[in-house]
Design a protein around this ligand. Structure first.
Ligand SMILES: [Zn+2]
Length: 364
């Protein structure tokens, strides 16, 4: 009884469990989330700490790809998933076209459950880098076929409509029907997803694009990302497998950056940070869980300028300027939490993130 209450008392803070074995990894990627985006959210919150700032182990990573100082999401996703730099546009293959094994696939091979939770189509470059192998990130039809064969236990995102009509050389394929034939419980909204009790499961909204959170007046989206993260954790835990690997992406931070729309960026990064809270809270109560939070690259070349440096003006005294409609090549912050977090400090390469995760997953 005394031991039990001691364990419970530890439940409200981060475990500094350096000797512990990493059983579960939650890899959280804010697509297009650079230092200025994170700072902008801190300003919006009057410098109240972000959830990701609960992490005591932090670092930076270099994002350049094999053929460009400024990476795209395909090369960045591949580097962070597999540990190999590749060319922009390539998903899950190296510069010579050889297939790469992602950390998610390594986890699957060692008997762990796996999941992907994103705010776009799961065929988009970042999630695709964890299961697909192709030299053209925009070939969603081929990527969808890789997803059908992936064996990932929990998939959440958008684009079910497009997945019902995937074009192949021999005709059309209904990937949703294929998932169901493979045993997946399929849901097309969060209400029915919350009622799902077993894996494999897929929750895919019919449409390809969700509204930005700040423009979600009809409540199409609500708290989808934090809620789907919590639900995925519940399902992965229930799968009965020996731990899990879950990738969560705040995909639309990048879209806001491409649109040079600060309101979109702020809403999306706050939504992502709410999902980080779900993951960190899970790590607090589940020893052996590592959470790594980072971005894949910066989008928009965002800078925060304030000519008058006037704190009395509050948020209006701040001016946000974008310098590009594309990505930029800056270092990206890393926040690590839970068991094994101490491995993710200092200045790293984006490939180091995958290498470290694979190493932590492989010792038995
Ligand atoms: Zn982008």
């Amino acid at each position: 009884m005394i031991i039990l209450s001691a364990v419970l008392m530890c439940g409200c803070g981060e475990r500094d469990d350096k000797s512990g074995k990493v059983e579960n990894i939650i890899f959280m990627i804010g697509d297009g989330m650079g230092p200025a985006q994170i700072t902008a959210l801190a300003i919006m919150q009057d410098y109240e700490p972000l959830n990701m700032e609960r992490a005591r182990y932090t670092g930076l990573h270099k994002t350049y790809s094999a053929n460009n100082r400024v990476t795209d999401s395909a090369a960045a996703g591949t580097a962070m998933a597999s540990g190999e730099k590749t060319c922009n546009g390539h998903v899950g293959i190296d510069t010579l076209g050889r297939l790469l094994e992602s950390s998610l696939m390594s986890a699957q091979r060692s008997g762990k459950a796996t999941g992907l939770v994103v705010t776009v189509e799961p065929m988009a470059a970042t999630p695709a880098a964890f299961y697909a192998h192709i030299d053209d990130r925009w070939d969603y039809d081929s990527i969808a076929m890789d997803m059908l064969r992936s064996g990932i236990d929990v998939i959440a995102g958008t684009g079910a409509g497009a997945l019902r009509k995937v074009t192949r050389p021999y005709g059309e394929v209904d990937v949703i029907a294929g998932l169901q034939a493979a045993g997946y419980t399929f849901a097309s909204d969060m209400e029915s997803f919350m009622a799902v009790g077993q894996t494999p499961a897929a929750m895919l909204y019919e449409q390809n694009e969700l509204p930005y959170t700040f423009a979600d007046s009809l409540g199409v989206r609500g708290d989808y990302l934090p809620c789907a993260t919590a639900k995925a954790l519940e399902l992965l835990e229930r799968s009965g497998k020996n731990g899990f690997f879950l990738m969560v992406e705040g995909s639309l931070i990048d879209y806001g950056g491409h649109d040079n729309d600060i309101a979109a960026v702020l809403g999306e990064i706050r939504d992502f940070d709410n999902a980080v809270k779900v993951a960190f809270d899970y790590a607090d109560t589940h020893p052996g869980t590592l959470v790594v939070v980072t971005g894949d690259h910066e989008t928009g070349g965002l800078t925060i300028v304030s000519p008058e440096e006037d704190f009395t003006k509050g948020a209006e005294g701040v001016e946000y300027r974008f310098s590009t409609g594309d990505h930029s090549g800056t270092l990206i912050p890393v926040y690590a939490y839970g068991t094994g977090a101490e491995n993710f400090t200092g200045v790293m390469d984006n490939t180091d993130l995958a290498k470290k995760m694979k190493a932590l997953l492989s010792f038995d």
